[in-house]
Write a protein that binds this ligand. Structure first.
Ligand SMILES: [Zn+2]
Length: 132
């Protein structure tokens, strides 16, 4: 079972691409819109693939189950990121791209961050600040 194939995505696609592919796949699979001759994955499979691929926690579990998910190339601590303004951090990739994460993403427990230009994904190490 290849979750990326269900959404017609390349492995390691960014969260934005996964979301766009999910909406495209839903449109194509919709009975009212599906006038293509080739069979499409059913809507339940598409929703399931999106649910797993868009959730770092589920994705990590899927990885253990040998499903294909972004596999982080390395762990980089948030302390090694450069602060960009009040709520964003970036870390240079070995290519000319960068890994970027925002405070809002961290609030949602996002750890897997793709490079903006190559296919690498890193795991960002941080602990959520305790609310007082
Ligand atoms: Zn890169």
């Amino acid at each position: 079972m290849d979750l990326y194939a269900v959404l017609n995505l390349a492995p390691g696609a960014s969260p934005a691409k996964i979301k766009a592919a999910y909406h495209r796949a839903l449109l194509v699979a919709h009975p009212d819109k599906n006038n293509a001759s080739q069979p499409t994955p059913d809507i339940a499979a598409i929703k399931d693939a999106y649910r797993v691929l868009s959730s770092p926690a589920l994705c990590a579990k899927a990885d253990q189950d040998q499903l294909r998910c972004p596999r982080p190339a390395q762990v980089i601590l948030l302390a090694d990121f450069d602060e960009q303004g009040a709520d964003a951090w970036t870390h240079m990739c070995r290519c000319s791209g960068a890994y970027a994460i925002t405070g809002a993403e961290m609030d949602h427990g996002v750890h897997l961050v793709p490079c903006t230009s190559c296919s690498k994904v890193v795991w960002v190490g941080y602990e959520l600040a305790e609310e007082e």
